[in-house]
Design a protein. Structure first.
Length: 610
């Protein structure tokens, strides 16, 4: 606490203990509780009519989020806490839970939405997105709004969902409170600025409706400052994305067999003493490092001093340490090329970025990394600070958790496919996957945290049947699902579709699945190994073969889950699902598609795709 606080040292200590670890929404509730006490004290002895007239109604704000992994929801919850602390009454909705009929009456609207795949909105935002862009969307004259987009600049359609929402709301007559913000994978700072600017703009807009409204809780103390910068924790623990836990490696096992074209590892980590907890469907965040040899090569190519210091967002490091731990030196994006083209004063690179060269740019980005650009377009006498300014922050990687905490107390398991390939005359290594495969040895530590996935959860009713579709390393969360259901003696049926290249070398966790079938924990299993037959067979083909039974399970109330590749597999599975409902449900294709959408709305069809 600051020295100017009216609290005693003991009171200050008690308050610090209270707020330590609270989520933004919990802080907002505390703020409201204290504000109520403060109001009661100020109005003590005053007539009821006076008390009522002295408390103007709080202006109403609606916040919507569309989130695939939880980041947009995290930002939305943070924005809610800040707005509540500033005196607003706030309704917070996932877009999938929002009744579109109230849109015309919501005059103050904030939107935080991520983008997945090739410019698509998240699954839980699709219905609202379609409504907003359809003929039934109302005119929104008199509505004020702000949009934050979350995305990844290495994708061509960066933050496209956010751009679409922003443009459509404006086209319907709504006015922007602040300009749209497009945030990259290191979204914390831009999201914080967006919230600051938006809450300030909201206060100006709402001022006439609530004259003299104080944003503080009492004369000497305001929780607004505490609420800022505090995001909801995924678990009751001091450890988070910004402060990871050093988890000791318990065991690593290579799952792919000799002769496999893949390299897949099962890694077990200890969470003892961390306080971290998780549920099946959640992800493990891994704070990774770049390959040391690649770092040294890049520094040599740039002719820079590895011991020169550079300042990151959090600390001052040597250039070598910064390239190792703080900056992304592999992923190519248009944003990097634009900055580097200016630094290198390369007309050729600038031409590649010009209008009409989108296809050529896309081809150039594929299979290359930062050092390829530096070698092809050298910058003369570049300074360390100048080059660092072209890079984005090295982000943690998320891995679907492959274990149940109920079955493995104090531990967490992940399934890692090591990425190694040759491209443009150089050997390439996946940053996180090879870091884990090569460095994660028994007794060593890996910095981790838990990332909750609220959109990929087992049904609360343990009697409900579950259908799981997870080819390749997409099998990971379903190992957790089955472990959990067995550990809790859940009576519901479980059906797994798994696929990979070869039965002999790529049947991940084969003995475990065979044991689960024998024990009755796994009711059905269907396998697809694409390289074992002349005609390639994938999980969607097995789904079609089992279409009658699969539809019957859905009619019984089964929940269906898909995990893995978003670009091809998830789309093929979705198409197969619609075709199965069409054939075995006797529905027209449009009606079958609506049936599948209804499954999504009811949270009975959930996807964890990437």
């Amino acid at each position: 606490m600051q020295e100017t606080t009216p609290l005693s040292a003991q009171q200050a200590q008690m308050l610090s203990q209270l707020v330590d670890g609270l989520s933004g929404e919990q802080l907002a509730w505390v703020r409201g509780f204290l504000a109520g006490i403060n109001h009661s004290v100020r109005q003590a002895g005053a007539p009821a009519s006076v008390a009522a007239s002295a408390a103007p109604a709080a202006p109403q704000l609606t916040i919507l989020y569309g989130s695939q992994t939880g980041h947009a929801q995290e930002v939305a919850e943070h924005a809610k806490a800040r707005a509540v602390a500033a005196g607003f009454k706030v309704d917070l909705f996932a877009m999938g839970d929002y009744k579109a009929s109230r849109l015309k009456n919501d005059k103050l609207l904030l939107v935080a939405v991520s983008t997945q795949g090739e410019g698509e909105p998240p699954d839980d935002a699709r219905d609202f997105y379609d409504f907003l862009h359809g003929a039934k969307a109302p005119q929104l004259d008199g509505t004020r709004f702000a949009v934050l987009g979350l995305g990844d600049s290495s994708y061509e359609k960066f933050c496209q969902a956010g751009k679409d929402f922003d443009a459509r709301l404006a086209a319907l007559g709504a006015q922007r409170l602040v300009p749209r913000v497009d945030s990259d994978v290191d979204y914390d700072a831009p999201a914080e600025r967006w919230i600051d600017d938006t809450v300030e703009a909201l206060a100006r807009v709402a001022a006439p409706a609530a004259p003299g409204k104080s944003t503080g809780v009492s004369d000497g103390f305001s929780l607004a400052a505490l609420a800022s910068g505090i995001a909801p924790a995924a678990a009751s623990s001091q450890y988070s994305r910004k402060q990871p836990f050093d988890a000791t490696v318990i065991e690593t096992v290579k799952l792919s067999g000799r002769g496999s074209s893949k390299e897949v590892h099962h890694i077990e980590l200890s969470l003892e003493g961390s306080g971290l907890t998780y549920e099946p469907g959640d992800a493990l965040g891994v704070v990774v490092q770049n390959d040391a040899a690649l770092v040294d090569t890049l520094i040599d190519t740039l002719a820079l001093d590895p011991q020169a210091t550079t300042t990151t967002q959090d600390s001052t490091l040597s250039l070598r340490d910064a390239f190792l731990r703080a900056y992304d030196i592999t992923t190519l994006s248009r944003a990097f090329l634009e900055k580097y083209a200016a630094l290198a004063q390369s007309s050729e690179l600038k031409a590649l970025l010009g209008a009409g060269n989108e296809t050529a740019l896309r081809d150039y980005l594929h299979g290359r990394d930062v050092i390829d650009v530096v070698r092809q377009f050298p910058a003369r006498k570049v300074k360390a600070a100048e080059f660092v300014g072209t890079l984005r922050t090295l982000q943690p990687r998320l891995y679907s958790i492959a274990s149940s905490l109920a079955a493995n107390p104090g531990a967490v398991h992940i399934t890692v496919g090591a990425v190694r390939y040759d491209s443009h005359g150089r050997a390439r290594r996946g940053v996180a996957s090879t870091y884990l495969a090569d460095i994660a040895r028994e007794g060593q530590v890996v910095p981790v945290y838990i990332e909750a996935n609220r959109n990929f959860k087992l049904p609360q009713d343990s009697h409900v049947p579950v259908i799981m579709i997870g080819p390749g390393t997409g099998i990971a969360p379903f190992r957790a699902f089955v472990e959990e259901r067995q550990a809790l003696d859940a009576p519901g049926k479980n059906w797994l579709f798994f696929g990979d290249r070869n039965f002999r070398t790529d049947f991940l966790y084969q003995r475990e699945w065979q044991r689960y079938v024998k024990d009755g924990a796994l009711t059905k299993i269907d396998l697809a190994f694409s390289r074992d037959t002349d005609d390639k067979v994938y999980v969607q083909h097995r789904m079609r073969e089992q279409g009658k039974a699969l539809y019957a399970w859905l009619q019984e109330g089964a929940h269906l889950y898909v995990c893995g590749d978003a670009d091809q597999m998830a789309r093929d599975v979705n198409t197969a699902l619609i075709d199965i409902v069409t054939e075995h449900g006797g529905l027209a294709p449009d009606a079958a598609a609506e049936y599948v959408k209804t499954l999504q709305r009811e949270k009975r069809y959930q996807r964890d795709v990437y």
